[in-house]
Design a protein. Sequence first.
Length: 425
Amino acid sequence: MSTRIESGFDRRTMLAVVLFGFFAFLAMLYFIGAGDTGDRSNNGSAHAASKGLNGYAGLVELLKKDGFEASLSRSPSGFDTPNLLVITPPTFFEPEDLNQILDDREYVGPTLVILPKWQVSLFPDDLPEEIEDEVKKGWVRIIGANAPDWPEELAETYRFTPAVSRQPADQTWQGLGASGELPDALVATSGPNENYRTLVSYADGLGLALSLLAGENIEASNEDDDLENWPRERVIFVVEPDLLNNYGMSDAARADLALALFEDATDGRIFDITFDLTLNGLGATTNLLTLAFRPPFLAATLCLLFAMLIIGWRAFKRFGPPTASGQAIAFGKNRLVSNGADLIVRGRRLNLLAAPFAAISRRRLAQALGIKRDDADSLDAALDKRLGVARLFSTREAELARASNSKEIIRAATALKELEGLVSK
């Protein structure tokens, strides 16, 4: 007999625990694979994920609402995009790195570089109660402004000299069919440069946004495959970041200028824009776990997770202590005979038992009748004398010999077995 031991756990409780653990583990794998182990993007620096005055999160949203496909890149592979690439190098930056990026993209896709200007700091955690609820995460305080040094150290093709100065409040910017005012009197400008065309200018013709002439007005040759005959992609430097940052997006005229500037940079033929974050220290390396959640490996990952769910469900259905049962093969003659009989039945060899069973019946009947010979004639004569029925044994033995299936064999063997009971009465 088998018994079931009572469990100390409820099935529903265990199902909830297992499901919670499974989805928590799955979420952990996804966020590790995606590199999203914490919000480090909105850190007050001047990049496309920052929501401070010097960030460009507002520009990204503006471009999306205008129909562009704007995305943030955390991988160096983003530099190879054929779409418009927007990079925001920090104040302290190696000019050789920018030279390499621009040279590599010369025939790949257009590039827009936004220079840094503002020196900022995040708000402290211990703010006065009256403003504590008003200051949001990522907001910054302006400490000062200065022009970076690395534009003067670029390769000769890209070199220019930016400067930050205090301009009169009544000065306006002009360019791309629009004009307006800047949000602050500290303005970053660049003087005239023979390598650049000024897209947006300020007082006395100073440049706020410059377009590299090497990427313009070069005809492509259909007869020569030399790269020198192919048109170079656009390179635009935005010297004054207040034209595009969150500080600048507070004015409708500057927002319109931002859209016009990107329309000009893409020539109206590119609708995908990639904002790089790697130069601002927000890059993420690609690993095997990351690849597992991206096509084409995502399909195999989903199949594996589905198989895990099936295995978990089957395990849950048999949850609980196993049934306590006795020994599979008990000791003793009866068990031995029973197991042997089961083996014969499963092997479908019941017909092999007919002749041995008939021989055993002869011996038992001869002993029961008290005769020495156990042949069929002697048994028939003894049974006829005892019971008054002729050929009683030989008839039943012949039926057993003629039996062709298990039912007939069992019926004939039972008939022989009944003779022993009749004799013993």
